[in-house]
Write a protein that binds this ligand. Structure first.
Ligand SMILES: Cc1cc2nc3c(=O)[nH]c(=O)nc-3n(C[C@H](O)[C@H](O)[C@H](O)COP(=O)(O)OP(=O)(O)OC[C@H]3O[C@@H](n4cnc5c(N)ncnc54)[C@H](O)[C@@H]3O)c2cc1C
Ligand code: FES
Length: 289
């Protein structure tokens, strides 16, 4: 059954980020923070995982936020309101654990990772928690959902690498500041692998800072999303192998061996570039995008 695109809007000013509402009543009915979908745009399309950034059970709508990074996300950016996506499978992955914690929770979103922070902040706030959100990106044009995040946070701190908005520097700077002074029950980091690695390192109990339980959302390569292909496997520091799709995507950041994972994620780079270049050439000939 095809899935209709109800809304598509650009986010930020980079031209590479957009939000899409898709009519998917059965998925919306069962969606929770932490879940994702796998989508195949057309018959020849690859399967790409995307987080359910919001859901409306009454209208039967799921919201996705997409950053264009390669062929499939570029192809998706060329779809418009009224167009249909061939397959959408979900909700996949585990919903996050919700409880009322004693102290505030810090939620750190980097780049497109800000979107999956929103449902987590929303559901944790509804459970009575105090949320401090730290949103980071290379530059202000890549920051989005400031108001949405403010609605579900007690405080929002913005960081940009180039200082064009908020604090100049990485998200780890305000994080270090807060955990060195205040009691924090939990940290959640969603964004580029290198950001999650550095957050997990900072909260692991180094340099006289307290250890803070930390979840990271692993955006490893996923194909089936049900534990069968092994594409998403990641090594833990004790040598054990885990599967991000069925054990995560949110996992204990202190067990992940990020160095091995960062290398594994580059394994298809040559093919990804080739496929992107061919599609861009086809777009030029057909005048798409
Ligand atoms: C659980 C999960 C949730 C995600 N949520 C979002 C989201 O909400 N918004 C968003 O923009 N992106 C999200 N991603 C990443 C997104 O799936 C990739 O950016 C997308 O698959 C890239 O496809 P591409 O053809 O455009 O780029 P490609 O050129 O194929 O790849 C570019 C880079 O994207 C990553 N990638 C490629 N294929 C996959 C794949 N099958 N699975 C995972 N990563 C891949 C790799 O790091 C790769 O180097 C998520 C990934 C996971 C695992
Ligand atoms: S995506 Fe195939 S095992 Fe996880």
């Amino acid at each position: 059954m095809p899935y209709k695109i109800l809304k598509k809007v650009s986010l930020g000013n980079s031209g590479t980020l957009f939000e899409m509402d898709i009519l998917a009543p059965l998925i919306a009915k069962k969606a929770y923070a932490g879940n994702f979908i796998l989508m195949r745009i057309n018959e020849t399309g690859e399967r790409i995982p995307l987080t359910i950034a919001d859901y409306d059970r009454v209208k039967g709508v799921i919201t996705l936020v997409i950053q264009v990074v390669g062929k499939s996300t570029l192809l998706l950016s060329h779809q418009n309101e009224g167009d249909e996506i061939l397959d959408v499978v979900g909700p996949l992955g585990n919903k996050i654990h919700i409880e009322k914690y004693e102290h505030p929770i810090i939620i750190i979103g980097g780049g497109v990772g800000i979107a999956p922070c929103y449902p987590q902040a929303k559901e944790l706030t509804q459970a009575g928690n105090k949320i401090i959100s730290i949103l980071g990106a290379r530059t202000k044009d890549l920051i989005f959902w400031r108001e949405r995040m403010a609605d579900v946070s007690e405080k929002v701190i913005i960081c940009t690498n180039d200082g064009s908005e908020g604090i100049e520097g990485f998200v780890t700077e305000p994080l270090r500041n807060i955990i060195s002074k205040d009691k924090i029950s939990l940290a959640i980091a969603i964004g580029p692998m290198i950001m999650m690695k550095n957050v997990a390192k900072l909260t692991s109990g180094i340099e006289e800072l307290p250890r803070v339980k930390t979840f990271v959302s692993l955006n490893t390569i996923m194909i089936d999303g049900t534990g069968m292909c092994g594409g998403c496997r990641f090594p833990a520091k004790d040598g054990q192998i885990h599967f991000a799709c069925v054990e995560g995507p949110d996992v204990d950041g202190h067990i992940v061996n990020f160095d091995i994972l960062l290398n594994r994620e580059k394994r298809f780079a040559e093919f990804e570039k080739k496929s992107y270049d061919i599609y861009k050439r086809e777009c030029k000939n057909l005048k798409i995008g």
